[in-house]
Design a protein around this ligand. Structure first.
Ligand code: C5P
Length: 235
């Protein structure tokens, strides 16, 4: 984006300064897996993930969740609140899959009695290691109040998204959230993206993946799967 200062470039997004209080979040066509070991460019992925993220953030904003999403900008970017990022990845799991199965040697697709909330340290070099609540507090990554608020917002987001997706014949298996503290009002704010890059979505009838597992596990055409998901949402 020519007119804006690039502040940060990640694996799938670029973040620009929009103004003193706002950022412009751009979704790239790049896709990576296994901490960047596998990577490709997939035409239109950025555009689709922006549409899906925008849709979920608007739904959450309307239901009283404080997200960074402010307004749409163009095909592959939106304007967001500027926040100080808390370097944690919050993983919410409703069913066993992915890293959980690998770590504990259990089969995939087992439903939990209640959602599991896990924290990882956001650090590419270290490969985003899991981190215990006390380690987060002792390392002063954030305060106990903020951490409790993050966990409670994450569970609310899980309820809202799971219920909605269920009505569309989709199971929300697990997903990742990130949070920041907004520059404007110091509030805990849901940031980053909510897309098939960061969630596992299974078709409730066929149990087919409509998410990045299609790419991770070479299960077919990624854009096809993302478009099936997009087609089920009220966009
Ligand atoms: O790999 P794992 O099973 O721990 O991932 C759990 C969920 O979090 C998946 O939906 C995955 O897409 C998401 N995730 C992510 N970014 C990471 C790690 C996990 O979006 N760095």
């Amino acid at each position: 984006k020519k007119n804006f200062e690039l502040l940060y470039e990640g694996k799938a997004k670029k973040v620009y300064k929009f103004d003193e209080k706002k950022l412009l979040i751009e979704f790239k066509d790049d896709v990576t897996a296994f901490n960047g070991l596998k990577k490709d460019q997939i035409l239109n992925k950025g555009k689709i993930n922006k549409e899906i993220s925008k849709f979920f953030f608007e739904m959450l904003n309307n239901q009283g969740i404080n997200t960074h999403y402010i307004n749409d900008y163009d095909e592959n970017s939106f304007v967001a609140k500027w926040t100080d990022l808390i370097p944690l990845e919050v993983i919410i799991r409703n069913y066993t899959a992915g890293g959980f199965c690998k770590r504990y040697g259990v089969k995939k697709g087992l439903m939990f009695d209640y959602p599991l909330v896990e924290f990882s340290l956001k650090n590419d070099e270290l490969g985003d290691p899991m981190i215990a609540k006390d380690a987060i507090l002792l390392l002063k990554i954030t305060t106990e109040n903020v951490l409790d608020e993050i966990a409670s917002i994450s569970k609310k987001v899980n309820n809202i998204l799971s219920d909605y997706l269920k009505s569309k014949g989709i199971i929300l298996v697990d997903f990742k959230l990130e949070f920041g503290i907004s520059k404007n009002d110091n509030k805990v704010t849901l940031i980053d993206e909510i897309s098939p890059d960061t969630c596992r979505f299974w078709d409730a009838n066929t149990m087919e993946s409509l998410d990045k597992d299609v790419y991770r596990e070479n299960k077919g055409d990624l854009i096809n799967a993302y478009e099936v998901l997009l087609g089920r949402l009220d966009i």
